[in-house]
Design a protein around this ligand. Sequence first.
Ligand code: GLN
Length: 514
Amino acid sequence: PEFEGPTVFGHPKGLMTLFFTEMWERFSYYGMRALLILFMTKTIADGGLGFDDTTSGAIYGLYTMGVYLLALPGGWLADRLFGLKKSVWYGGIIIAIGHFMMAVPGVAAWINGAHEAKTELSTLDTSTFFLGLILIVLGTGLLKPNISSIVGQLYPKGSTKRDAGFSIFYMGINLGGFIAPIACGTLATYDMHLGFGLAGFGMVLGLIQYKLTAKNIEGYGEAPVVEIPSEVERQKKLKSSVTWIGVGLVAILAVLFMGVIPINVSAIAGASGTVIALVAFGYLGYVIAFGGLSKMDKNKVGVIAILFLFSAMFWSGFEQAGSTLNLFGERFTDRTVLGWEIPASYFQSINSLFIIIFAPFFGALWVWLGRRNLEPSSPLKFTFGLLLLGLGFFVMYFAAKIAASGELAAPTWLIMTYMLHTFGELSLSPVGLSLVTKLAPNGYGGQMMGIWFLSVALGNLIAGLIAGEASGGSEEALANMPDQYLLIVYTVVGSAVLLFLLKPVIRKMMGEVH
Ligand code: GLN
């Protein structure tokens, strides 16, 4: 047998524990995310925050960027200090508190019996909102990368079941992503804060499940063992300083975002993009120039640098699911079925549903093509991913024209776009991850994975910024909306063509890696 210890369906029993924990964590993430931009852009009288599109898009971008950015220190802290298992636990607790924080104004209104429509926001409304977002970012940074690492540890080196294990784990992600927008979205039709509360409740269920079945992952992801007394002392000090730095950071960010010190979120969002790109390319350039690598390894790091750009491009389009496209569903889609209005958030389930349906098909397709020696190379799969993304936005161009003419678009437009985008995700996302692990020179594995997360963070940020422009919030913006979608199509398809042209060079640089 490949594993020590108990198994279920031929996989280590620990996978079950991690599957459900991640399912509930993603339930909370996607349940809240489905409501986030709708909540920010809704008028105060309608129970929202009444922010304009630009501000909402910038906050959405910074938040989703933060979630992926914090995976870097999150992974580091688990390796050095807390261990993977404890990091998942504390991360989950912080996430749950974050969601509950966002639900507080709803509870307060209920206690005060204040049910009449609001005319302006109270400090409680904004402070709990921003504090909640900050906590979710921190908690997810601690949980998300580390739970995947424990999954990896369950399978001994060379195990043939590892990939299948990760596919099962990915199903858990999307099961959570499928149920949550429907569950949280339904409650949100009564009060948005109820939806946020349910997201937090889901995370709590995940935590309970994690504790109750902790036996299954015994011995995995433990904290690093230190025995030398001076080291023990140092660890302890480091732990308490990290905790205080965390608390300090939350306090500073909270004060900033609550507007105590006036800040311009759009300017911060714009600057963050530049900083991420500079850090990534500065780091990769440094490794190539001074890392003491062989010529072959330098080339491989070069490939990671090139694909970084295309990965950021892909996610900047794809992650508009929760921003631009979510607002399109809310504002310009005919959601009435048999006299009942479907909440816009339900559309956020579609991607996960299609992943569950089509992931096995894509897996089989690559195997089938592989047997005939026809499996596309990784750069080619990347190109397909970008093309499918562009095609999805081309569909949206027509939907936007209908909207600009003053009519509501049929839901089929969005559904078609999400389907094309899901196909793009299925051809690009798994390839990206495994390619990075294969291209990273010895001793650079973790760091290169961190760089990869940076490209996803950058993409998420840009997805928010685009939503600020392309969501048709004003009459002028609506008239421009079809052109905005067309611009996205040109950019994405243009990048796919560029990648296709670069393919021979990239394949040469990749050496023996496929
Ligand atoms: N939907 C997947 C998840 O939530 C992947 C998202 C991504 O990599 N941007 O884990």
